[in-house]
Design a protein around this ligand. Structure first.
Ligand code: NDP
Length: 269
């Protein structure tokens, strides 16, 4: 049985890996010997994560010393997952570069807080569903034929917002709740093909999540401080807390696990 953190020879695609949970997940996979494909809209952030992946990768270090082998660097694909063509390009580039896909982490997403009375509610609905849900359906659709060959797996990053209602966040909660059900249905459909599908529901994790949904850094820090007080563990999550679960679910140690939600929320509130 390989060590839990040995992903040598595995090709891992992590969406939303230009920052936050996805970036830390990419570096952890790199540290464990995986060939990672990282993606997001911000090219500069993506490049910074790519450098970090190369630095921590055992193969990357070797490559720097010995020979420039592009296959050992993170493949950076600037893409907006809310666009179908970008999703297609993402999978095509992965297969063109490495010939296979072992692990798909559907992590890209953002929060929205809007009232049902807001005038532009349908635009907000289309936006959040395109990124948080449609992209997951399409990337999964495009990946299945490749994951079947590698007997790979999919990890979806949902939220506790998929499990319980949050006032003023109906659209976000709906997107994550649908993702949870998508995961469970897909686990039934893809299990016979040897593909596992699991979902993680994080509670508050300190990332760029708050600012990305329009909060000032000060407001977000206050929200996190308040959340921490209400959690039994008395702290909010860090990206590494979620990355550790992703690597476990992606590993052979969880080879009998499919269709489950792993809730990581410091005990809830
Ligand atoms: P961040 O805002 O720090 O990171 C979000 C990532 O998603 C960035 O890399 C961003 O890259 C990418 N992204 C967003 N929209 C798009 C898009 N249209 N196309 C491509 N990439 C996109 O937030 P987190 O790391 O916290 O979020 C990761 C996941 O975790 C999300 O799905 C979120 O819903 C979930 N989550 C987070 C929680 C938290 O408290 N932080 C709690 C529960 C769940 P770029 O801007 O470069 O496009």
């Amino acid at each position: 049985m390989p060590a839990i953190r040995d992903f040598s020879g595995r090709v891992v695609l992590i969406t939303g890996s230009s920052g936050g949970i996805g970036a830390v997940t990419a570096t952890e996979f790199s540290k464990s010997g995986a060939q990672v494909v990282i993606t997001g809209r911000n090219a500069k952030n993506l490049s910074d994560v790519g450098k970090e992946c190369l630095k921590v990768s055992p193969k990357g270090l070797k490559a720097l010393e010995v020979v420039a082998d592009v296959r050992l660097k993170a493949l950076e694909v600037v893409a907006d997952v809310s666009k179908d063509d970008d999703c297609k390009r993402l999978i095509d580039s992965t297969i063109k570069s490495f010939g296979k896909l072992d692990i798909l982490v559907n992590n890209a997403g953002y929060g929205v807080a809007y009232s049902i009375t807001d005038a532009n509610i349908l635009d907000k609905y289309d936006g959040v569903m395109a990124t948080n849900l449609r992209s997951v359906v399409y990337l999964t659709h495009l990946s299945v034929e490749h994951l079947e060959k590698t007997k790979g797996n999919i990890i979806n990053i949902s939220s506790v917002a998929g499990l319980k209602p949050i006032r003023g966040m109906a659209l976000y909660c709906m997107s994550k709740c649908a993702m949870d059900m998508f995961t469970k249905c897909l686990a039934l459909e893809l299990g016979p093909k040897g593909i596992r599908v699991n979902v993680i529901n994080p509670g508050a994790v300190k990332t760029n999540f708050g600012p990305a949904m329009g909060m000032s850094q000060q407001q977000y820090d206050q929200v996190l401080e308040d959340r921490a007080k209400s959690f039994p563990l008395r702290r909010v999550g860090q990206s590494i807390d979620i990355a550790n679960i992703i690597l476990f679910l992606a590993s052979d140690e969880s080879s009998f696990v499919t269709g489950i939600n792993v809730v990581a929320d410091g005990g809830g509130s």
